[in-house]
Design a protein around this ligand. Structure first.
Ligand SMILES: NC(=O)C1=CN([C@@H]2O[C@H](COP(=O)(O)OP(=O)(O)OC[C@H]3O[C@@H](n4cnc5c(N)ncnc54)[C@H](OP(=O)(O)O)[C@@H]3O)[C@@H](O)[C@H]2O)C=CC1
Ligand SMILES: O=C(O)[C@@H]1CCC=N1
Length: 270
């Protein structure tokens, strides 16, 4: 698998830090990465950190990992180091390709990559969409995303906010589900920490099994539910009036629509 040789990370927080962890675990040398931060002086072993924007265009890729509202703070500095040899990879929710292309007109190409925090374990689905990318750069982007789990190119950017809600925000929803299971069991009489431990291990095992199984989740649920048994009674509660399906549709809709609002704000900012 190929990777970019000289990567600048601007916004080395939870997400970009987890991505770097995944790439290191995949064998990308730490020396590949330089972090830009206006004041921070410490970087993970082997990575460089800079507090000023360098002269010239020394990077073949830039990962933009600041909060979407902070893009304006780094855009001018970044624009100076992004040249025809630099691919801009943004992980920002709700900032469209057109906004990126307008900010970085000289880039070799602009990419939106939507990961989730499981990149650290190299188990994130990574949605991708790009503009102006040549085949070689597209292959390198694909390889680098695949190193963190999977590379999932989207046909249309219009789907990006929904995919972000599902695959990027998704872990947050799953964590709520785990908490809710544990809280429910606690309310019904189990000791809280034991309930959390059981809920967590159950979800880990169930997800691993579903990921490996040729059967669909619906089939797997049927295999858990013995006819006339306990599981079916519980599933009946989740399924009544499509309660869970409707709740999750509204959950995804709310997250997706926030992405659209953020995109509109980023468009207006220039
Ligand atoms: N968290 C997640 O699960 C996911 C997040 N994302 C996207 O990732 C991006 C970052 O989110 P997340 O990692 O959670 O947020 P964090 O706040 O953890 O990371 C942002 C980082 O940017 C740094 N930063 C702020 N200002 C500057 C600046 N001027 N120059 C350089 N670095 C700066 C911050 O440093 P300091 O703390 O010193 O200000 C911080 O380390 C967002 O755009 C989000 O949409 C995408 C998918 C999933
Ligand atoms: O909450 C957010 O906006 C980002 C996008 C996906 C996960 N975190």
């Amino acid at each position: 698998m190929t990777h970019f040789q000289n990567i600048l990370i601007v916004g080395f927080g939870n997400m970009a830090g987890a991505m770097a962890e995944g790439w290191l675990a995949a064998g990308v040398p730490a020396a590949t990465f330089t972090i830009y931060h206006p004041t921070r002086t410490e970087a993970p072993a082997g990575m460089a950190i800079i507090n000023d924007w360098p002269d010239g265009e020394p990077f073949d890729a830039v990962i933009v990992g600041v909060k979407p509202q902070k893009l304006g703070d780094v855009a001018d500095g970044l624009e100076r180091v992004v040249g025809p040899g630099t691919v801009v990879i943004s992980i920002l929710a709700g900032v469209e390709l057109a906004s990126l292309a307008r900010r970085f007109p000289r880039a070799r190409g602009v990419v939106r990559l939507m990961p989730n925090l499981a990149v650290a374990l190299r188990k994130s689905p990574n949605a991708l969409i790009a503009q102006g990318l040549d085949d070689a750069a597209r292959q390198t982007v694909t390889d680098m995303a695949a190193m963190l789990g999977s590379a999932e190119w989207l046909a249309e950017e219009a789907q990006f906010d929904l995919v972000t809600a599902l695959a990027g925000s998704g872990p947050g929803f799953v964590y709520r589900f785990i908490d809710a299971l544990a809280a429910g069991a606690t309310r019904l009489g189990l000791e809280h920490e034991q309930a959390q431990r059981l809920a967590m291990q159950m979800v880990e095992g169930a997800a691993a099994l579903a990921a490996r199984s040729p059967d669909s989740p619906a089939d797997l649920a049927r295999r858990v539910a013995s006819p006339g048994g306990m599981t079916q009674k519980g599933l009946d509660v989740l399924d009544e009036d499509d309660a869970l399906a409707r709740l999750l549709t509204e959950t995804l809709r709310a997250a997706r629509d926030r992405g659209r609002e953020m995109a509109a704000a980023a468009r207006d900012e220039g």
